[in-house]
Write a protein that binds this ligand. Sequence first.
Ligand SMILES: Cc1ncc(COP(=O)(O)O)c(C=O)c1O
Length: 450
Amino acid sequence: MGNKINRRTFIGAASVVGAGLSMEFPGILYASGSDKLKPAILGGPQAHPEQFPGWPVIDQLESKALEEVLQSKNWCRLGSDKVSNFETEYQKLTGAKYALATSCGTSALSTVLGALEIGPGDEVIIPVYTFIATYNVVVLNYALPVFVDTDIESFQIDANKIEAAVTRQTKVIMPVHIGGSPVDLDKILEISRKTGIPVIEDACQAHLAEWRGKKVGNYGLAGAFSFQGSKNLNSGEGGAIITNDETFAQTCYRFHNQGQGGRVAGFNPGTGTRGTNVRLTEFQGNLLVAQMSRVIEQTNIRTQNANYLTKMLNEIPGITPAKLYEGTTRSAYHLYMFRYDKSQFAGLSRDKFLDALNREGVPCSSGYGMMNKDEYVTGLAQNKHYLNIYGEKVMNQWLERNQCPQNDKLTTDQSVWLFQNMLLGSRTEMEQIAEAIGKIREYAGEIKKV
Ligand SMILES: Cc1ncc(COP(=O)(O)O)c(C=O)c1O
């Protein structure tokens, strides 16, 4: 990778060339226009020719964990102890009083909504900028998902717009810590206190993220996590609920176990009215314990790299890293999100920018779109069950209520994502990301033509 000082100096050059104003990196190794600075899309060398670290990270610990369960022949949590053991460890990690493992993040959210008896006629407030699972769990209960617009600066739900979305039917406020960065919990909890409506944190992307020194997921009535393959803590599929309310923990346990109570095998029906089976397997429970041995260190590396990257990207006009709210004491950085302003890149479209960045060996994506305008979502207004429950007028009003102009703006041509595994790379690799963007900016006018 060349010598560190030269690399730094080179980044300095890229920043100076790209930004035209950085005083922080005074040395210029390559003059503007030199072939060495040409973007890969124009035939220059890739800024990041290597691979970013792969995901997940494994060694003998994972092999042993899986082999142990295999040989025990106890593969189901009922009558065994691996999932229970994971729950104890997850309680310690998150600081929550209770943790319940589930088959995935979606079923963690479904269990919470099931335990709250959410059903037809109820409304659940969700952000428009989220993974479709947040929406699906509401619709599976024939409740009405009500979208709230995005704070374009943070990519998170705009907490200032939540209160206006509350009606007498609102039963849950379900913010999502998108990209692993906390939503503005102070404001949201204040609305919850005022209205008496419980908050359920969709923390599926936010393992170990903290708000005012406490792990997210602990602030609402419950928090839901995902251990799906891409997540910062992963068992292929898997999920967990954390809560500090004992009665609610028991209700969730019963719901996830066919309405049956107790933490050991048994056929004693619980007191809940409904239930399902979304239990985690012993394989996944033990695998998660192995993966958890690395999660704190990995989170620290991501934080350090993300902070360094933010410092460099702040030097490039037209690139604005997603804002963290003042109460954030740690982001999980499941995603590294920033806004792209094409007016600072000679009018180069966001999609062309993404293409050029990918060509530099820097994987990136435009991220989520306008969920509220997706045919899959607007089609709900014609769903026969929804028409039966709510009627045509209410469903048409629902379409009207779901307008999210800020989210339209963000997702049309500004949002850019990088991924958590990239943040496990070296400091040099962070510099290469910044260097790639600086090169693209410098040559944006030429890239526009290809
Ligand atoms: C915000 C959010 N909510 C819910 C989920 C659902 O989790 P899972 O895929 O484990 O069901 C995900 C997973 O990608 C997510 O990102």
